[in-house]
Design a protein around this ligand. Sequence first.
Ligand code: B4P
Length: 216
Amino acid sequence: MTMMRYILKLIRNIFTLTGSENQSRMRKHIILFGPPGSGKGTQAKKLEEKYGIIQISTGDLFRYEMSHDTPLGLRAKAYMAKGELVPDEVVIGMLQNKVDATPEAKGFIFDGFPRTIPQAEALDQLLADKNEQIGKLIALTVSDGELVNRLLERGKTSGRTDDSNEEIIQNRIDIYKKDTSPVYDFYDHKNKSCSVDGIGTIDDIFDLLCQEIESI
Ligand code: B4P
C-alpha cells in the first residue's frame, strides 16, 4: 500500500470512529414509569414504532421465560403470580444481558424497569459504563380505581393470573407505592422526572409523551 493510500485509510478510520462515538453519545434512553395498568406497555410499543428506540419490558421478558419453563422463568413465576416483585439480582442480570445484546440500538425505552432504588442505581451504572445516561423518566398518572378496572378487564382475556384477582392487583399497587414510587424522586433529584396524565385516549396520551421526549 502506498503511503498516500495508507494516510487516506487512516483518516477514514478516524472519521468513522468519531461518527460512531457521537451516535453512541446521542442515544436516547427513556424510562416509562407508572403503576401496574397505567399503560406503559401500550405506549412503549407506539414509541418504539415512532422513534425506532427499542422497548425493553422486564414483565414481557419474564413472561417469555415462564412460557418456555426456563430456570429464570420458574424462579420469577412464584413472585409474579402473587403480584410481588422479582428479586433485584434476577431482574438486573436479565436487563443487563438484554442491553448488551443490542449494542446497535438507537436507544431504549425501559418499560417496567427500574422498579426499586437498587435497580435504578444498577441501571445508571450500566449506562455510565458506556458513557451514557437516562434522558428522562416519564410517569403516567392514573387513579387506583381506573387501574383496577383496566387490569380486571385485561384479565378476562390475557390469561395472566396476576390480572384476574382484585386482591393480587391491589397488592401490586401497594408494592408500587412502597417500593417503586421512590424511583420517581431518585430521578427527580437529577431533574429528569416528569409526569403525564395517563387517563384519556391512547393517542392523546401518546402525543403528550412525544412532547416530553422531543424536549430532551
Ligand atoms: P409488567 O408486565 O411490567 O406490567 P404491568 O405493570 O401489568 O402493566 P403496564 O403498565 O405495562 O400496562 P399496560 O400498558 O399493559 O409487570 C408484571 C409483573 O412482572 C410485576 O407485577 C412483577 O411481578 C414482574 N416484574 C416486571 N418488571 C419487574 C422489575 N423491574 N422488578 C421486579 N419485578 C418485575 O396496560 C394495562 C391495560 O390497560 C391494558 O389492557 C391496556 O389495553 C389498557 N390501557 C392502556 N392504556 C389505556 C388507556 N389510555 N385507556 C384505557 N385503557 C388503557
